[in-house]
Design a protein around this ligand. Structure first.
Ligand SMILES: [Zn+2]
Length: 277
């Protein structure tokens, strides 16, 4: 189970309408929402991974420390949500280092995991896993092995693999299911909010029991916040994706957390590593 820790104005869907330079002038909700997420995990006894933006760790270190104290894993989501395929290898390296420093300063722990903003490691970034290995990461959960309008690497393996022949780095792609010859996204995000609960729950069971693999699921703190400010000038499609079913999200998540077994990504990676050997 994982949370991509970013605020309502930092999402890929609003990238074209909200400048990074304006972020500090917008009403922050991530600390409040992050605490609500911690509460959900406490109520259900779930330990999870918080893939945190360096930008967020820098401004809200108390939230990061609270997650660590509660037994969750802190991993990196990059510095300021720049998608990997928009950067050069060296810019990516600098982004990783800046985020790592902010996370270390916030909680005293160094992340061993990384998730690319908007699953932006794909065939356009053949250097990305190499840079992650060189920067000391043990795993990445940055690939969406599907066709999607914003992201995706449909040729990538669906389950854990070693993307580099000469390094130990593991890639743990976000969960998909195969149905009638088609591969469908089933690891969270907008799909979880838009589709009926029973689809996601069925997909997790199918991956666990049918494929005998852990499911890799993610959501965002802003998804349980119906009171967040509305970005009225964003394209309709982005607004539909961002705001649909926010009110029902918390109840759905509670059910998902209770009805399946979940753990931290680093622990899942350790088990998968044993299996690969
Ligand atoms: Zn993100």
């Amino acid at each position: 189970m994982s949370v991509d820790v970013e605020d309502w104005f930092q999402v890929g869907a609003f990238e074209q309408v909200i400048e990074r330079s304006s972020w500090d002038s917008l009403t922050p909700r991530v600390e409040r929402n992050g605490r609500a997420v911690l509460d959900l995990f406490e109520r259900t006894g779930v330990k999870a991974t918080f893939f945190t933006l360096g930008w967020v760790a820098d401004r809200y270190p108390a939230l990061i420390r609270k997650a660590v104290e509660a037994g969750h894993e802190i991993a990196s989501h990059g510095w300021d949500h720049r998608r990997v395929f928009t950067m050069t290898a060296e810019e990516f390296r600098a982004d990783l280092r800046r985020a790592r420093t902010a996370i270390e300063d916030a909680c005293g722990l160094s992340p061993s995991g990384y998730r690319a903003p908007s699953f932006s490691i794909d065939k356009r970034t053949p250097w990305a896993h190499r840079v992650l290995a060189e920067e000391g990461y043990a795993y990445s959960s940055s690939v969406a092995p599907i066709i999607h309008d914003h992201y995706g690497w449909p040729e990538a393996p669906r389950f854990v693999h070693r993307p580099l022949a000469d390094a130990d780095l593991l890639e743990l792609p976000v969960t998909t299911v195969e149905l009638g010859g088609r591969r469908l996204a089933a690891g969270g995000g907008g799909f979880f909010r838009l589709l009926p609960y029973r689809f996601s729950s069925w997909a997790v069971s199918r991956v666990n029991a049918g494929d005998d693999r852990p499911a890799v699921f993610y959501f965002h703190p802003w998804e349980i916040d119906p009171g967040q400010p509305r970005v009225v000038h964003a394209p309709l499609r982005s607004r539909l994706r961002h705001y649909t079913n926010l009110k029902r999200m918390e109840g759905k998540l509670l059910r998902l957390l209770k009805e399946h077994r979940w753990g931290r990504t680093d622990e899942v990676v350790a088990r998968e590593r044993d299996r690969l050997q």
